[in-house]
Design a protein around this ligand. Structure first.
Ligand SMILES: O=C(O)[C@H](CS(=O)(=O)O)OP(=O)(O)O
Ligand SMILES: [Mg+2]
Length: 238
């Protein structure tokens, strides 16, 4: 197993069998909570225009995301996992547009398996890769920390790599400390920026025992983030 950790969201990674795209604060923590709250699927989009065009075609889809961390005018949801839980998302599809994680995922489709996660689902995702995806042949895995400079995503990437290598050096506690102290987390502690809820960071650093991973599959020619049961033998949606 060859593991490459890389940072940034604007360039496709080296070809590999598996790409894991990390966005702790907050895109794929939001995605995790969305699925926990009954969402059927999440369509990642590169920009607002594409999001709005999709919404016109599918009025019942929900627009979610941010620009500079803030709600996009015309969107129903911003990028807060706390605020997301105030909505009835049962059976819905989200259209998600964010700065780092979604952009990185769209640039990382050059692998047989593309998974996305924050810290909340990192351990489940790493175990899924170990138990369901790694075969006997040598496999290469890119772990993409989507924030270009932030330590939040890099810490989570190193946590996942450590689980895959079964070395046990990178503890959840150390990872949580790095996320809470990261550049991207600072604005959530600043009372002068009330749009950023400190509670969001609590959810971004809470490891949840979930029974699914989030996989980006191509459906009708478009990327779709789907919930895949962690116990499933084949890595496609159930
Ligand atoms: O909304 C977020 O938390 C971030 C924006 S920023 O990098 O913190 O300004 O977007 P994401 O794409 O979820 O990293
Ligand atoms: Mg982020």
């Amino acid at each position: 197993m060859k593991i490459r950790i890389m940072q940034g969201h604007n360039r496709p990674p080296e070809p590999a069998q598996i790409n894991v795209v990390i966005d702790v604060i907050r895109a794929f923590t939001v995605a995790h909570y969305a699925f926990l709250n009954g969402v059927q699927g999440i369509i990642p989009v590169a920009g607002v225009d594409e999001a709005m065009k999709l919404k016109e075609l599918h009025p019942d889809f929900i627009l979610a995301g941010e620009i500079k961390g803030l709600l996009i005018p015309g969107f129903q949801l911003d990028n807060s996992p706390v605020r997301l839980q105030q909505f009835d998302l049962q059976g819905k599809f989200l259209i998600q547009k964010t700065t780092n994680g979604v952009t990185a995922a769209l640039n990382a489709m050059n692998a047989e398996h593309v998974l996305v996660t924050g810290f909340s689902n990192a351990r489940t995702t790493a175990q899924f890769i170990k138990e369901r995806l790694l075969g006997h042949e040598e496999m290469s895995i890119n772990i993409i920390a989507s924030h270009p400079t932030g330590d939040d995503d890099l810490a989570c990437a190193e946590y996942i790599a450590d689980i895959l290598r079964q070395s046990g050096y990178v503890t959840p506690e150390l990872t949580i400390d790095r996320i809470r102290s990261s550049e991207a987390a600072m604005k959530f502690y600043d009372t002068g920026q009330p749009e950023f809820l400190e509670e969001d960071i609590s959810l971004c650093t809470l490891e949840l025992p979930s029974d699914f991973v989030m996989k980006v599959n191509i459906r009708n020619g478009m990327p779709l983030i789907e919930k895949v049961k962690a116990g499933s033998i084949h890595a496609h949606a159930r």
